[in-house]
Unconditional design. Structure first.
Lengths: 200, 200
DNA sequence: CTAAAAATAGGTCAATTGTCCTAGAGTGAC
DNA sequence: GTCACTCTAGGACAATTGACCTATTTTTAG
């Protein structure tokens, strides 16, 4: 019981530190200090740094799965669910300004390190992609569902990237509105199907 | 002369390594080995690691300025110039798949490190932004020029981020086409002005 | 040619890294 | 109580890090 708690504390602290500082720049000492345990105890729970990374990725994956499942159960309207996703940019604005998107930045870092867990990290991005595809399918996007999902996902990632660079609150609000608008309009303007619906 | 050459070799090697491995994961030894010089010689040219970083950022900045200036001189059509910018995603696809966008990833990393040169790195992103604003102004976007510029910039950043995660060549080609389409159409679909022009 | 300056080499330094190891303390079953 | 097992603490390790230093060698200036 206690051990499970300590283990979870380590994972939580590592999750936060990996997000704020990056995986490579976070040392065992950083995590141990954050949890107030000895390095020896640390190695009882995780034998290598990669093991902690994998545990953190699994936690993030499971956290996001819970989040998406909550939205699925909360609203019967796929457009509203997509809106929840996009509005993360606003809800987590402060952290995004400082540390970027947790998923995007980890994906980038591990890809650069050519780290073995890089593919694991990509699964989180894949989770978002697949969930968005499902939402757009329910929205009646048919064969365009995947393209639209990827568009929303990449758009969000881009906004997060620029948010971190410029820290422009108005920009984030404006872009979120534009994404929601695009979703609501069936997105004819992107050159994706439904040209007849081009509104305004 | 010789020294200038060595110094430039160091900057070039550091530029490449910072891109491929990240700033934090690149050591003096890595760069020295890449240039085949001793660490002692290294410290003759750069007293600290931050000094190399600043030199690399200056080089990147100046490289991008040259690139943009070339496009300015090459074509009288702003839309065509913007297209050059967007098509970097295709031209540099291989490297983007592996290392992401050089500008975006450095911006992210330095922001996370809360590094003193973070603001310097952001200047490169700012260079792109300002250049794009100018192009859209010439294109007659008026007061919307900035919003459209930021849209193209964030869109590109997002595509680069997803390209790195999924390595989907078709996705990149498709998104580039969509961006060019959006630029060519005056981008009414994003909710940015000129609604009357919304074609197809 | 010669003296000053620029450039290069390589050793040394303390600090930090990830990892391993052993010695206890705590806990539960019987 | 005792025994086995889980958990915790902290020392030791080699390797690597950024940084400093003192000698050489090479180049340049007069």
């Amino acid at each position: 019981m206690k051990s499970s708690s300590t283990r979870q504390q380590i994972i939580d602290a590592a999750d936060e530190l990996f997000y704020a500082q990056g995986f490579g720049e976070t040392s065992f000492a950083d995590i141990a200090k954050s949890v107030s345990i000895s390095r020896g105890n640390f190695y009882y729970h995780f034998k290598t740094k990669d093991e902690i990374l994998d545990a953190v990725i699994e936690k993030r994956l499971s956290d996001r799965e819970d989040m998406l499942r909550n939205w699925d159960e909360m609203s019967g309207n796929p457009a509203e669910r997509i809106a929840c996703f996009v509005r993360i940019l606003i809800v987590n604005q402060t952290k995004i300004f400082a540390y970027g998107c947790p998923v995007g930045t980890l994906t980038m870092e591990l890809a650069k390190l050519e780290h073995a867990s890089s593919g694991n990290a990509n699964r989180i991005m894949g989770l978002f992609r697949d969930w968005l595809i499902r939402q757009f399918s329910e929205l009646g996007s048919g064969a365009d569902a995947e393209a639209r999902a990827l568009h929303v996902l990449s758009w969000s990632q881009g906004v997060a990237a620029l948010a971190q660079a410029f820290r422009d609150e108005a920009f984030v609000l404006r872009e979120v509105d534009k994404i929601l608008d695009w979703v609501g309009r069936g997105a004819p303007s992107s050159g994706l199907g439904q040209p007849g619906l081009a509104g305004i």
